[in-house]
Design a protein around this ligand. Structure first.
Ligand SMILES: [Fe+2]
Length: 223
């Protein structure tokens, strides 16, 4: 083997060793970081339609449901991460809105986004210094899509799986509007939205009288 081939071979082996070590180091960092759960499939949280029941102006609160609200109590927690799935985002603004346990929103005027409602089961909140949030609410009920909604006419009457609407905003990142679903809901499979986005369905665990769910979110960095 001439000197040229030997030097090329040595370079190739060195490069392979470097890449292997880099991968090991990167893997170790993934295991050590707080965002490990999200990093296994690191990509921005999928978006969903805003739906006909969004209203702007909900009060700042993390407790959406009072003690007398019918339904199964739900504590929803999570962390909002930057696009590396590792860096938490403090002061990210979260908007959340949902139906009650029977599938009714606080308005019977779907598609009227400027209506001022009682803002029942709606709220806004910020993530804390660690990018975390906690929302106290109830498990929402399912509901059929109302008739004559612009753009959704062909889905009228279709029962949607239980879901919670959420929007996440942070100044250096691309906002995302999405919906959160619950694994095991038989209405997910045929839903035109949830059926294609399994990443948006979470497990609920029973904790005494509470159900607990975790929904971590990843926002793409704005360039
Ligand atoms: Fe909805």
């Amino acid at each position: 083997m001439n000197n040229y081939l030997i030097s090329k071979l040595t370079l190739a082996i060195s490069r392979r060793t470097f890449l292997h070590r880099s991968a090991v180091i990167a893997g170790g960092a993934l295991l050590a970081g707080p965002g490990f759960a999200a990093q296994q499939n690191c990509r921005p949280t999928e978006s969903e339609i805003i739906g006909p029941y969004y209203r702007f102006g909900a009060p700042f609160r993390a407790r959406l449901a009072g003690p007398d609200e019918p339904g199964d109590r739900l504590v929803l927690t999570g962390t909002v991460f930057s696009s590396d799935c590792h860096t938490p985002l403090p002061k990210a603004l979260i908007e959340v809105w949902q139906a009650n346990h029977a599938g009714f929103y606080d308005t019977n005027k779907p598609g009227n986004f400027t209506e001022t409602t009682t803002f029942h089961l709606r709220g806004m909140l910020y993530t804390n210094e660690k990018g975390q949030y906690e929302i106290e609410t109830i498990v929402p009920g399912r509901y059929p899509i109302p008739p004559n909604l612009p753009g959704l006419e062909k889905y009228a009457g279709l029962t949607r799986p239980a879901h919670i609407h959420m929007r996440f905003m942070e100044s250096l990142h691309v906002p995302v509007t999405t919906q959160l679903y619950f694994k095991g809901d038989p209405f997910i499979a045929n839903d035109p939205w949830a059926g294609h986005k399994p990443s948006l369905a979470i497990d609920l665990k029973q904790d005494g009288k509470l159900r607990r769910g975790v929904f971590d979110v990843v926002l793409a960095r704005a360039l």
